[in-house]
Each structure stands twice: as structure tokens, then as C-alpha cells.
Write a protein that binds this ligand. Structure first.
Ligand code: GUN
Length: 370
């Protein structure tokens, strides 16, 4: 499963800061924590745990915002695909990204942390490196949006800021996108960028509910992200569950806040996301978002073997029926139905304890039995 975006240096803050919305949360909790990562020994210890815990939760690919310019090598030598590079967040200082890593991502933290000059430099860097990944946050919180438009008065929308500086293209990962207007979705569609839906974080920081159904009806690339520690739950399953809950909430309360429209209503808008769609977001959606659809995301021949071996029944909510794990005399149809039910329960009630083994590129690299 694929989790785009998360923030490795924020993991020690998981569960804290319940009283904050985004901008206060950044200032009072997140930036002070991230500042500790100038201590590379500390950084190494945290990053080691982050990678291990994500692997055990079944995350085979993750993209991180980090805050150190030197890295714990351990985050890369593990077999998990990790996309990362330091965030750019200096409004006054010119800071051109250095990258010296295999799978670096250009990361303007968000528009508010970048000057026009920095955005311009990052845009030039991107233009000279057509294959490099880009990740940033977009349209997460209403105050953030107002402040962004004040800082970039020449632009009429937040999305336009990134478009203006050439940051939107196929492979650009845009986290949150809670308050996108129809026009902004059209820009994202036109440029080929995609959206990382982070519902746990968006609930937790009271940012709002992203209109994933409308995005899918527009044909946008959408994947899932834990956004830890904006979201307090690592791994992809909690995000899938919250994506489901949000879609159900929007289905019963389909009002369009803040100028959002549902101009193009189709199969998904204001409907509960189905299990196949949710699983798609957790796997192929993420793969497409980071331009890896040809290599991972499902089991088509020729792809890398990223897989979970699930042994149900160890976590407390995954309640096995009497005799369920020793089925006898079932017909093929009954077995198929059972398998489908087991899959649904895995998605909605299991936890790491049910993930016995995790394979990345064919190698067993994590899981509760490793
Ligand atoms: N916007 C800018 N930085 C961050 C961050 O660290 N987390 C979230 N959720 N949004 C951001």
C-alpha cells in the first residue's frame, strides 16, 4: 500500500496538538519538533523507527517531508521505496535544493513558506529535471488559503500560485486539496498533477473534507496519505477507513461549502466510495500519482512484487466466526464469498498484527511474524 504524504520528523508528535488548526499547529508543535532534527543522531534514531513501523503497517512506498539536509542513511538502505528531500520553507533566504539521493522530491513545503524568488528557482530546477518528483501541500485550511492569496496577490487561486511557477505536472503530489474550486480541479487535470487525500489529518486538524468523489469524476489522479503527524494514524488502512467515512458523510450532507461546486457530477460525486475504489486509492491511485503505475500497485505480470501476507484474526476487531479458519465442504462460490468478506474485514477492522509478512520488490522486509 502506498502513503503519500507523510512527515518523518513529526512522528514523535503523533497524537499531540488536538487543540490546534493548521497554522497554530505548525507554529506551536510542528516547527519546534522539526528543529530538533539538526541533531543527526536523533534524526537517525527517529527515521529508523519511522521506516520500520511503516513497513510493518504494510506501507511499501512513502513520500516524506523531512527537515534535515543530511540524512540517516538507514532510511534509504531499507528496501521500502522512500521519496524524500528537505522541505523548502524560507521566505527570506534563497535556498536552492540540493539533492544527492536516488529518489528525491522537490518539496516547496507550501506556498506560504516560499518567496516568489524561491518558487522561481524551484520551478527552474524542475524544468531542468523533468523526471524528478514534486510534492507540496495545497488548499488545506481556510486561513492558509487567505494568507496565501495575500502573499501572492497576482494569483486568483492557491492552485494558480503553483501553476504560475511551473510546479504542476505529471508526478506532482498535492496533499490535502480540501477547498479546491471547480476551476482549480480543472488546472490540476490539465497539468497532470495528482492529489494525496489525507482524511485523517483533515479531520484531526479541522481542515475540512476533500471532495474526492468530484475529483474522481474529473478524472484526477488521487491516492492516500497519512500526513503523520497532522493525522495521528500511520499506515494506509486508517486513511482508507476515514476516506470511506468522509465519503458517506458527504453523501448525506452534500452541501457545497465556500464556493465549491459539483459542476461535473458523475459516478462518484457525493456517493459513498466503494470498496474497489477505496482499495484503488490505497494502491494503484498512489502508484499513478507518483508515476510508478508501470512498476507497482497491482500484480500484473512484469511488475515488482510489493505484497502483504495477511493472517486474519490476531487483532481484536478481526473477529473470526466459529470454525471460520478451518472451512470444510464449502463450494467454490461460498469460498469466493468468504474471501471477499475477509478482504472487507481486513480493510476495515484489522491492524498490524494481522499483517504477517510484508514484501517489497519480492523481499520479505517486515510484518508481525518477521
Ligand atoms: N502545510 C505546511 N506544512 C505542513 C505540514 O507539515 N503538515 C501539514 N498537514 N500541512 C502543512
Amino acid at each position: 500500500m502506498i502513503s503519500l504524504i507523510q512527515h518523518a520528523p513529526q512522528y514523535p508528535n503523533l497524537g499531540l496538538g488536538q487543540e490546534y488548526e493548521l497554522l497554530d499547529w505548525l507554529q506551536h508543535l510542528t516547527f519546534p519538533r522539526e528543529a530538533k532534527f539538526t541533531d543527526l543522531e536523533y534524526a537517525q534514531k527517529v527515521y529508523d523507527q519511522v521506516v520500520k513501523r511503516n513497513l510493518n503497517a504494510g506501507v511499501s512506498i512513502s513520500a516524506h517531508n523531512v527537515r534535515t539536509t543530511s540524512y540517516s542513511p538507514a532510511i534509504f538502505i531499507r528496501p521500502q521505496h522512500v521519496l524524500t528531500t528537505p522541505v523548502s520553507m524560507y521566505r527570506v533566504q534563497r535556498f536552492l535544493q540540493m539533492w544527492f539521493l536516488n529518489e528525491a522530491v522537490i518539496t516547496p513545503r507550501f506556498a506560504l513558506s516560499c518567496t516568489s524568488e524561491l518558487m522561481q528557482e524551484l520551478g527552474q530546477l524542475m524544468a531542468s529535471e523533468p523526471d524528478v518528483h514534486i510534492q507540496t501541500h495545497l488548499s488545506e485550511n481556510r486561513t492558509e488559503i487567505q494568507e496565501t492569496l495575500r502573499s501572492f496577490p497576482e494569483c486568483t487561486s492557491y492552485t494558480e500560485v503553483y501553476e504560475k511557477y511551473g510546479m504542476l505536472r505529471n508526478g506532482t503530489i498535492l496533499a490535502h486539496c480540501v477547498w479546491l474550486t471547480e476551476d482549480e480541479m480543472d488546472i490540476i487535470k490539465r497539468t497532470g498533477a495528482g492529489i494525496s487525500h489525507c482524511p485523517t489529518s483533515n479531520f484531526n486538524l479541522m481542515s475540512g473534507g476533500a471532495r474526492v468523489g468530484a475529483m474522481l469524476d474529473k478524472g484526477l489522479n488521487v491516492g492516500l496519505g497519512s500526513d503523520c503527524s497532522g493525522g495521528f494514524a500511520l499506515g494506509v488502512l486508517p486513511q482508507l477507513r476515514n476516506a470511506s467515512m468522509l465519503s458517506k458523510m458527504l453523501a448525506v450532507q452534500p452541501e457545497k461549502p465556500n464556493g465549491q461546486t459539483n459542476g461535473h457530477v458523475g459516478q462518484f460525486t457525493n456517493k459513498p466510495l466503494s470498496i474497489p475504489t477505496l482499495f484503488y486509492l490505497a494502491t494503484m491511485g498512489g502508484a499513478a500519482l507518483c508515476k510508478m503505475a508501470e512498476t507497482v500497485g497491482n500484480f500484473l505480470p512484469g511488475k515488482e512484487f510489493d505484497a502483504l501476507h495477511v493472517t486474519p484474526g490476531r487483532s481484536p476487531n478481526f473477529f473470526l466466526d466459529v470454525g471460520e479458519n478451518r472451512p470444510v465442504g464449502q463450494t467454490r462460490d461460498e469460498r469466493r464469498k468468504k474471501l471477499k468478506e475477509t478482504f472487507e474485514r481486513f480493510l476495515f477492522v484489522s491492524d498490524d498484527r494481522d499483517i504477517a509478512h510484508v514484501y517489497v520488490r519480492g523481499r520479505k522486509v517486515g510484518g508481525s511474524k518477521v
